[in-house]
Design a protein around this ligand. Structure first.
Ligand SMILES: Cc1ncc(COP(=O)(O)O)c(C=O)c1O
Length: 465
């Protein structure tokens, strides 16, 4: 995930402390200003990661939602090593492979009915980029060459490549690259805590979903290719969820205007919510689903696009090729890693475990509402975000300059727990969030530790304000 300036600063200060201020030479092009060193990760142990100094960190967010099975899950690395010893590479234009075929079969078997094909990519960004291009080609093949624009939601994050960043709504992530980005419209997310339409539970008519119809009509349906939406949002929106009713309304609107529905399950997919896909609870079938992050178990960079039969049919009927590929599309080891991850989840009954642990996390984190900084707690499954406010009554966000979420995460890290931060949710610039997204293998003891560390961190920062 692309980091904003303030997140970079947090990393710098944490790393500076971890390195004891020492300056060590490194030939790695530094992501952060060159004078600082990252701690050196050495080994993993369930939800924990250990550095070369022996310091243990509870990975409260699996890095950036990646290490879903925790660190060094048994069997996954071995499966990859065994396959690597047999075959390193076979170009997807020349060959298919057993592991690619098996993963595609497994993914389409667990996906909503009608999803019949899978395309393997190397990240969430390239998965969304691929979905964008498949949508474009789909409409081209069906005689609608003008359907090119993709609608998405404010404050969303869909990836770092130009297409995916054009779909991204998060302003801090777009800002430096704005001159390169495509002109894609954005609508309001279902941000009930700060409802743009001043609705509450009693009078909500899903105006935020209806905004999609307004946007399509404003742009002109003949120009709209797809709408992309995440069932559970990542750090910028602090784990914001989209209700089943919202998803169903979105699906109806997409159908009405021949707009493809892309569901970005990069965060919510593969069991994060206690079911394989976040979209499942709504009963909605997307046209395209994107996955990434944990599908490689943290071992390999991976992504996938799952396509509904109707999308694939457009190519089949026209006998058309997909005009898009990467050298590593469908790579044999990506297939192997994905199969091993899905088997690990099944073998260890992790969907059931995640469902139970999610309830525990929700119940445990409810007490954070008593902290003076906490305005809202939200999320689904093993994603729990807290939104921090300067004034609970008026919901006034902190001024971004105060970097409150970074200070809270830094304080939690001092208690040995790593968490994600986001910003910009309230108005594009201000609006601090802190997100917990523990690996599926976490225990109730890990959750206790994580929530207590966050609680202490919140109280410590509140005392300084
Ligand atoms: C919802 C969502 N989509 C897409 C991406 C991009 O994935 P990647 O970083 O693997 O390119 C992310 C990354 O954080 C994400 O949270």
């Amino acid at each position: 995930m692309a980091l904003t300036d303030s997140e970079v600063e947090l990393k710098i200060s944490l790393n500076q402390e971890a390195a004891g201020g020492a300056q060590r030479a490194s030939a790695v092009f530094p992501k952060f200003p060159a004078s600082y060193q990252l701690p050196v990760a050495a080994s993993g142990d369930g939800a924990w990661i250990v550095d070369t100094e022996g310091k243990r960190y509870l990975d409260g967010s699996g890095g950036v939602f990646v290490a879903i099975l925790g660190h060094s899950p048994a069997g996954v690395g071995e499966a990859i090593a065994a396959q690597a010893a047999k075959l390193n590479f076979a170009y997807s234009g020349d060959f298919t492979t057993g592991p690619q075929e098996q993963l595609a079969r497994m993914l389409t078997a667990i996906a909503p009915k009608g999803i019949e094909k899978a395309w393997l990519t190397t990240s969430g960004s390239t998965a969304n980029e691929t979905a964008m291009k498949l949508s474009r080609q789909y409409h081209l093949l069906r005689g609608s060459p003008e359907k090119v624009r993709i609608i998405s939601r404010e404050h969303s994050y869909h990836g770092s490549t130009v297409g995916a960043l054009s779909m991204t709504g998060s302003l801090p992530r777009r800002m430096p690259f704005e001159p390169y980005l495509l002109n894609f419209p954005k609508i309001s997310p279902p941000y009930c805590y700060r409802c743009q339409f001043r609705a509450d539970e009693s009078n909500c008519v899903l105006q935020c979903a209806n905004e999609l119809e307004i946007a399509i009509k404003t742009v002109g349906a003949q120009y709209v290719s797809a709408f992309i939406v995440e069932p559970v949002a990542g750090a910028p929106l602090g784990g914001l969820t989209s209700s089943p009713a919202y998803m169903r309304r979105i699906r109806e609107i997409c159908d009405r205007y021949d707009v493809l529905l892309i569901v970005d399950e990069v965060v919510s997919g593969l069991g994060r919510t206690g079911s394989w896909f976040g979209i499942e609870e709504s009963g909605v079938t997307p046209d395209l689903i994107t996955l990434a992050k944990g599908l490689g178990g943290g071992y390999l960079p991976i992504g996938a696009v799952l396509a509904h039969e109707r999308v694939h049919k457009a190519f089949e009927e026209a006998n058309a090729s997909v005009v898009h590929s990467e050298s590593f599309t469908g790579h044999v080891l990506l297939g192997t890693a994905g199969v091993a991850v899905l088997e690990f989840i099944e073998k260890n009954d992790l969907l059931e475990h995640v469902a139970k642990l999610s309830q525990y996390l929700e119940a445990s984190s409810a007490r954070l509402a008593d902290c003076s900084l906490v305005g809202d707690i939200r999320g689904r499954g093993l994603v729990r975000g807290v939104e921090l406010v300067a004034d609970k009554k008026t919901k006034r966000p902190f001024d971004r300059q105060e970097r409150v979420s970074e200070r809270v995460a830094k304080a939690a890290a001092a208690h040995g727990v790593l968490l994600l931060t986001g910003n910009g949710a309230a108005d594009g610039v201000n609006g601090d969030t802190v997100v917990m997204a523990p690996p599926y293998v976490a225990t109730e003891t890990d959750i206790d530790l994580m929530v207590s560390a966050l609680e202490e961190a919140l109280n410590e920062v509140a005392a300084q304000i």
